[in-house]
Design a protein around this ligand. Sequence first.
Ligand SMILES: *Cc1c(COP(=O)(O)O)cnc(C)c1O
Length: 394
Amino acid sequence: MDASDPARGPRADAEVVVDLAAVRHNVRRLRELVWADAESPGEVMVVVKADGYGHGMAQVARAARQAGAGWLGVATPGEALALREAGDTGRLLCWLAAPGHDFAPLVAADVDCTAYSVAQLDEVVEGARSAGRPARLQLKLDTGLSRGGATRDHWLALVTGARHAEDEGTAVVTGLWSHLACSDEPDHPANAAQVAAFAEALALADDAGLRPEVRHLANSAGALLHPAARHDLVRLGIATYGVSPAPDVVTEAELGLLAAMTVRGRLVMAKELSADDGVSYGHTYVATGPERVGLVPLGYADGVPRHASSRAEVLVDGRRAPVRGRVCMDQFVVSVPEGEAGDEVLLLGPGTQGEPTANEWAAWSDTIGYEIVTRMGARTHGRATRVWVGQEDT
Ligand SMILES: *Cc1c(COP(=O)(O)O)cnc(C)c1O
């Protein structure tokens, strides 16, 4: 085991363990699932934004490259530059810069920049001029998510402006892309509508003379459930981490994916309650008879969702232990008929020992597995230490 975060000091009472061998397995498995039957196989972009969905951006990036990811994707320019600083030199796309952003460092670092609008295109071109080399530029179209990207009405102006930048040598258009709204709902009509809108926009760009390296529309669920959305490249986030993007449609096990994150701790104490004893803030749980409970030293500051109060379960010594009462900032109480102080508690993991998965926590908390792993992995202060195992590709 390699504790890669020495600033945090000695092994803590609670830790987030990230299995990079699982990440590599998932990337290889996904390449096979998406491209094995394709006539001309495309590429895979592993999305490592938000600190690799809580798993550690630089560590996941390295594992993804080892497993053959031709591209990495991040949201912000800061994330892209941090990856370059960590030594990554491959194809890298970023897509979320605020107005007034100085693109010169991204251009100099050979990062593909995304423009949503002509105004943003002008900023990228400005960055290219300062950097003294053409920007690698990708154009994003809004095909129906109504989030970032040019609307259909503005697409032609964006494409034409980009073609002009190519002519003057300030940009090379490397990609055209969009993002799906309902990819985890296979029968939702938005999927076919977005695929069609994207095709139309690609034709317009082609007519305008753009010849990008890659066209891409699909995230994890899009790549797995909508072959027509795959184009040249699929952007895989959550599936890389071994969490199904559409748990109601297909499970991790059915996809052959392995959850990379395990969250564990130890019971700080165990004690007996009597009938009518209220538990935790607000006494939202009251013991109905004698009950033995244990104290878990993790709370919502560690990403344990407060919404899962009295709903979630953890694994203590191989048995499911239900949460009793409210999850607090740093701790919560579980029912443990035979628990003792020091017992191992598994909050979250691949489920192979009976512990809850991220998607189980999501159901308990009315959210999605993405939010569970991103928050649990993000704790940057206090008790939870994050360690990475399986660093070497053997
Ligand atoms: C986060 C993100 C992805 C990855 O989505 P998953 O559902 O995690 O696969 C892909 N593309 C864009 C634009 C994103 O913001």
